[in-house]
Design a protein around this ligand. Structure first.
Ligand code: DQA
Length: 140
């Protein structure tokens, strides 16, 4: 099982921005923990983060034939990126949408995901553990 952990806009600043919401750990530290978690479960992980919508779409398009699944936290793009939605719809690789915060309990604009309809499922509200639960969902 080979998975891509794909993080979008502003996620590279995790640990530095809005720590009360997203926690004080950097993305590098979280990714390290995910790697150890996945290894213990026999899964292989690659990591990619970009603030650029087109780069995220490109990475999704390149996932075909390489990954068994994608764990995607698209950040704010979740709420309005039809380009990322189309990129997901255009591949045969299942995508699980992830959010560290409970987006349903925050501002109204965050409650809507334009990606969800083309994703296999969604995990939200468990901080960095949202990523672990999404990884786990591919191993069931
Ligand atoms: C987020 C939630 C989004 O609404 C926000 O724009 C983010 C992070 C989360 O992980 O909770 O950047 O995806």
């Amino acid at each position: 099982m080979k998975l891509l952990i794909l993080n979008g806009v502003n996620l590279g600043r995790t640990g530095k921005r809005e720590a009360g919401i997203y926690g004080g750990e950097t993305l590098e530290a979280i990714n390290g923990e995910l790697l150890r978690f996945a290894q213990s479960r026999g899964a292989e992980l690659d990591f990619y983060q970009s603030d650029l919508e087109g780069e995220i779409c490109k990475k999704i398009g390149e996932a075909e034939g390489v990954y068994d699944g994608i764990v995607l936290n698209a950040g704010a793009y979740t709420h309005y990126s039809y380009a990322i939605r189309d990129a997901i719809a255009g591949i045969g690789v299942p995508v699980v949408e992830v959010h560290m915060s409970n987006v349903g309990a925050r501002e109204e604009f965050r409650a809507k995901s334009v990606l969800m309809a083309v994703c296999r499922g969604e995990v939200l509200g468990f901080g960095k553990n949202s990523y672990k639960l999404a990884i786990e969902s591919f191993l069931l």
